[in-house]
Design a binder for this molecule. Sequence first.
Ligand code: SF4
Length: 191
Amino acid sequence: MLVTRREFLKTSAFTAGVAITGMGFALGPVEAHAEQLRKNIEGATRTTTICPYCGVGCGFVVHASGGKVINIEGDADHPINEGTACSKGSALYQMAGGNNVNRLTKVRYRAAGATEWEEKSWEWVIGQIAAKIKATRDETFTETNEAGKTVNRTLGIGSLGSAAMDNEECWLYQKFLRALGLVYVEHQARN
Ligand code: SF4
């Protein structure tokens, strides 16, 4: 019989629970919590995903019901984290739309020297970013270095990120940055 890692861990946890209870330890609250969680996710859609926070790439299971994410937990079948999660990964649930009222869902802009934030559209802010990139690149682009060697680069713009992108997005992003002539390209998950 083929037993998945998840089933194995469930069976082991149950056996350990029975053994420890037999030794006089009470596991009531833990069992009650697990039982409640199982009830909450009953009938929910189960999808596996990868944590977007860093390059370790831990696997998670997302439970959704009624168009809403109701639970996210470490994927016991995933070879990297084997069901575990660091403190950032443990807080993934609050990333899902509607689960955290403190998350910003609109563009906020504060002009240089201003004290108040303004609400702006995505069209406006993307246009602003493009205009500033172009102005900085025009101002700092150099075709040759001091030795006269062709470099076609700008040292006036840098890029940091992003662990949350997949391979194809990273490929496109690199092409875009190199086409602009960026040299300072870094990734926050590199350590
Ligand atoms: S942030 Fe934590 S849970 Fe997410 S991939 Fe990195 S180590 Fe794993």
